[in-house]
Design a protein around this ligand. Structure first.
Ligand SMILES: [Cu+2]
Length: 346
């Protein structure tokens, strides 16, 4: 908030200076004393430019330090460490270039402002300089793009077969989570089967045997050190799955399922100890402005030790077991299997 007030004050002062300057100039014109070819405006603009740079860099530095922890939460996934490395490498390079070019821009604007007794140097071309400022950025950018592309290929590579499948479905305004159950596979769905009346919010298709042991749970529970595939979809409008500590963000698009695989490296308890905050919880948020209830699309994320996770998973009752009415949708030749599947979690 403090920074915001400073910003407002700066703009106010600049605005008033500009106004005074314009008024004095108009008075000069009216008085007919505006005979000089160049007025003091060059000096004023040159000084204002430098002032703008100093204040801008000051605010940038203040914000970067003050809110560092908020925009850089500790990382808790394998690929997250890689993307962090790429991110900070890029920020350091373009940050340095940004600072140097802006110092040159405003300081040159000041140093070489118009003076009547000084003549500008005509200097139209220099091949060596052209080579330098075309070649260096081309090489650096190519390196950044290639390392980024390699990382992306790595992150988006197919997941292993035994990865835990969890479906994340966004709707206005919540997430619903469906777990693959004992076979680690989330079953097929069909939007035409979605019904609030019978509770089949995910539109699970019970002619697919992978659905028999699937279960719904309120939190996103994941085991540490094991590969997870989030199967992401949306039921109505665009949403976006965001797990900041895992450096994971992927849009949930209606009609176009997406997925993201990742491996968590720290349990909730380990992160609590690291942060010295026993109240801490990982969160899943929506980062698509999806409507008026957007802010409420928050889910708790719990990272457990793998053994603890297996125990928790075995305790969950499948959707079919909790809603035996759907047994009627199971084809006759799979009924027996469905009965066994719903019992196997016991
Ligand atoms: Cu949303």
């Amino acid at each position: 908030m403090f920074g915001f007030y400073i910003l407002i004050a700066v703009f106010l002062v600049l605005g008033i200076l500009l106004l005074i300057f314009r008024i004095s100039r108009l008075i000069n014109i009216v008085k007919g004393s505006d005979e000089r070819r160049v007025t003091g405006s060059n000096n004023v603009n040159a000084v204002l430019g430098v002032l703008f740079m100093v204040i801008g860099f000051g605010l940038l530095g203040w914000y970067s330090i003050q809110y560092f922890d908020l925009y850089d939460p500790p990382v808790a996934s394998i690929h997250g460490e890689l993307t962090d490395k790429l991110f900070w490498r890029t920020i350091n390079i373009i940050g340095a270039v940004f600072i140097v070019t802006h110092i040159l821009l405003f300081v040159f604007g000041y140093k070489y402002r118009y003076k009547e007794d000084r003549k500008a140097l005509f200097y139209p071309h220099n091949n060596q300089l052209e080579y330098l400022w075309t070649g260096v950025p081309a090489i650096v950018l190519t390196w950044l793009v290639i390392t980024g592309w390699l990382a992306w290929t790595d992150i988006m590579a197919p997941a292993s077969d035994d990865a835990e499948q969890i479906e994340v479905m966004g709707y206005q305004f919540a997430w619903s989570l469906r777990y693959g159950g004992m076979d680690n596979q989330v079953g097929d769905y069909d939007y035409r089967l979605i019904s609030d009346a019978n509770g089949n919010q995910h539109g699970m298709d019970f002619t697919d045997r992978a659905n028999f042991d699937d279960f719904i749970y309120r939190d996103l529970v994941i085991p540490k050190g094991r590969e997870i595939i989030l199967k992401i979809r949306a039921r109505d409008v665009l949403h976006s799955v965001f797990l900041p500590h895992f450096r994971l963000k992927m849009d949930a698009v209606p009609g176009m399922p997406t997925q993201f695989k990742f491996t968590a490296t720290k349990t909730t308890q380990e992160m609590r100890d690291e942060l010295g905050d026993q109240e801490f919880n990982y969160e899943l948020a929506c980062t698509e402005i999806c409507g008026r209830g957007h802010f409420s699309m928050k889910k708790n994320v719990i990272v457990m030790e793998p053994e603890e996770y297996d125990k928790w998973k075995a305790e969950q009752e499948s959707f079919l077991k909790k809603n035996p009415d759907f047994m009627s949708q199971v084809p006759d030749n799979l009924k027996e299997l469905a009965m066994i599947s719903t019992r196997s979690n016991e």
